[in-house]
Design a protein around this ligand. Sequence first.
Ligand SMILES: [Fe+2]
Ligand SMILES: [Fe+2]
Length: 312
Amino acid sequence: MARLILVMTSATLVDRPSETPDRERQGERLLRSSAKLSFNPTVDVEWDAEQRPDVFYAPPAFSSLYGTGLWEEMSEAQRVQLTKHEVASIASVGIWFEEILMQMLLRYAYDRDLTRKDIQWTLTEIADECRHSIMFATMIKTLDAPNYGVGRLSHELGRFFKTISNNVLTFAGTMYVEEILDSFQRDAMDDESLQPIVRQVSRIHVIEEARHIGFAREESLRALAKTGRLRRTYNRLMMGLLIRRSTNALIHPDVYAQVGLDPKQAAKVARKNPHWKATKARAAKSVLAFFDECGLIGPENRWLLRNAGVLA
Ligand SMILES: [Fe+2]
Ligand SMILES: [Fe+2]
């Protein structure tokens, strides 16, 4: 049993020597790119930019209530405010996962040689995430929204996940959450009709995350190449649980109360809203196609992905 737990959860203590030159080359490239283009959100975001009351914080079509009868009944001001609170809620989920990720990356680096460029890159990524989490927290505060978070149960499950995650779960899990955020932010950063603060935060995150996503993709593939049948089943199940938890946590029900709606009723409407389901499925489309290709989707987790509304 102890052996089984070790096989399921342990990080690979020593990488295959044949893989190290490839990894070092990749690490070097990523370090160069980050030295060339990185941001300091404390000064690179115009935090005192005016927040006009008639300007949306996210494209209205991305709201969890867009297209429903409830949306039709809302005033324009309520709709704008709802997008503000939804952006804050999603940012707080970003902080939750970035804090999990930073700890998983540090565990990964702890077992490896820091003179390797790819491991130096791992620490650079932690530094990026550190700035991102502070940037998201500053945005939540500047938007004058509560720090919604993911709820007590997900918070505790996150504690468990970061402690037991293996390399597949660390990197594939990272890819999922990063790609979902990325998809929302890509649309926001170029949309000049939106609030400037959200656009600037989105742009910084999209640029810096492109490196993270590339690295997570390569490391997921390397970790998956060493996976046997038993571990594959375990990984699929854990990935399904992570996808369901993180996707369902995106919009905290309290956002509805902030704009004068009944949170229980509005959350129910959102859960059933085909527009919202399609928005989430579109955000997850490319990362799920990658998971499918590399065997991370199967009967063990398909029902969880359907439940999360990201798979038809
Ligand atoms: Fe980030
Ligand atoms: Fe990242």
